[in-house]
Design a binder for this molecule. Structure first.
Ligand code: NAD
Ligand code: UDP
Length: 310
């Protein structure tokens, strides 16, 4: 089995490449290194089944593969808002190029979609049937609407061209290999606590998220690709919900640090609540996340200590 992973040098992509190689697959990793880095893959470079290609998903590409995982897209609000027009191109043109390749070579293709398609949800927890509450002209729209349009393309290629698609909607996932300056909340709080800097709580910290450890997520992604029951979309994430203030407190409880929690302005359109309904994933994938937040933080903090040479 030959597999192409777009965005394979990033946080989730590098874990996915590693797992696919462990499963005996040939892996081509394609990345433009915007938020990914070679360092995430150094340990795989000598593997005879592994190939790394520097390429932008916005430009057409060819590869003889059986599976395509389309992960190319910055996931942190800081990075996806850095060049919002490029973010839309990456999601939309990247999806068209990846789907075009899948169609030509008859590959099965999985889209890494996101809980952001639900926007600031009025239905809680969010089932796949919920159509979302997205501001189409706000600062997050480049990502949210780009990912929504990518889902549209996946389903149109499926209906019109019989492309064999799978779509997963990923909820907040964290773990080793996130960039220390990634900007997402788990990495920010851990790095701030390790450096003895104050933890930047946006707003009053009452907004909620549900945090999934990377190993659980990768397992569900591969199971989604290999099952025949549904094309999706399937929510994948850990359904245990925390306020962001609770997350900050949990991290401070684990790291001996002089840091305090300070409040900063809440970014616009920041979702107030988010928690996946994972009934479909449980049923179709026979999957349940195994790593709770405490264990996941224990596995993640040493990685950041090492990154910071502490
Ligand atoms: P990440 O930023 O670490 O990884 C994204 C990768 O895509 C990086 O290696 C980056 O260099 C690459 N990339 C970006 N633009 C590209 C382009 N134009 N051409 C080629 N490569 C490009 O983020 P991640 O957390 O690993 O997320 C991976 C995927 O999963 C993304 O599509 C993201 O939207 C989705 N996702 C992640 C989460 C999460 O919590 N981690 C949640 C929802 C969805
Ligand atoms: N957040 C925060 N401090 C930070 C980074 C993020 O309080 O330093 C908040 C952010 O406002 C949001 C939540 O944490 O409410 C999750 O943010 P993240 O950027 O990780 O992902 P999102 O789920 O918003 O895409």
């Amino acid at each position: 089995m030959a597999t192409l992973v777009t965005g394979g040098a990033g946080f989730l992509g590098s874990h996915l490449c590693e797992r696919l190689l462990d499963n005996g697959e040939e892996v081509i990793c394609m990345d433009n290194f915007f938020t990914g880095r070679k360092k995430n893959l150094l340990h795989l470079m000598d593997h005879s089944n592994f190939e790394l290609v520097r390429h932008d998903v916005v430009d057409p590409f060819k590869a003889e593969v059986d599976r395509i995982y389309n992960l190319a897209c910055p996931a942190s609000p800081v990075y996806y808002q850095f060049n919002p027009i490029k973010t839309v191109k990456t999601s939309v043109v990247g999806a068209i190029n990846s789907l075009g390749l899948a169609k030509r070579v008859g590959a099965r293709i999985l889209q890494a979609s996101t809980s952001e398609v639900y926007g600031d949800p009025e239905v809680h927890p969010q089932p796949e049937s919920y159509r979302g509450n997205v501001n189409p002209i706000g600062l997050r729209a480049c990502y949210d609407e780009g990912k929504r349009c990518a889902e549209t393309l996946f389903f149109d290629y499926h209906r019109e061209n019989k492309v064999d698609v799978r779509v997963v909607r990923i909820f907040n996932t964290y773990g080793p290999r996130m960039l220390p300056n990634d900007g997402r909340v788990v990495s920010n709080f851990i790095v701030q606590a390790l450096k003895g800097e104050d933890l930047t709580l946006y707003g009053d910290g009452s907004q909620t998220r549900s945090f999934c450890f990377v190993d659980d997520l990768i397992e569900a992604m591969i199971r989604t690709m290999e099952q025949e029951t549904t094309v999706g979309p399937i929510n994948i994430g850990n359904p245990v919900e925390f306020t962001i203030r609770e997350l900050a407190e949990s991290i401070l409880n684990k790291i001996d640090s002089p840091s305090k929690i300070i409040e900063k302005p809440l970014p616009s359109d920041d979702p107030t609540q988010r928690k996946p309904d994972i009934s479909l994933a449980k049923q179709v994938l026979d999957w349940n996340p195994k790593v709770d937040l405490g264990d996941g933080l224990d596995r993640t903090i040493p990685y950041f200590r090492q990154c910071l040479n502490l």
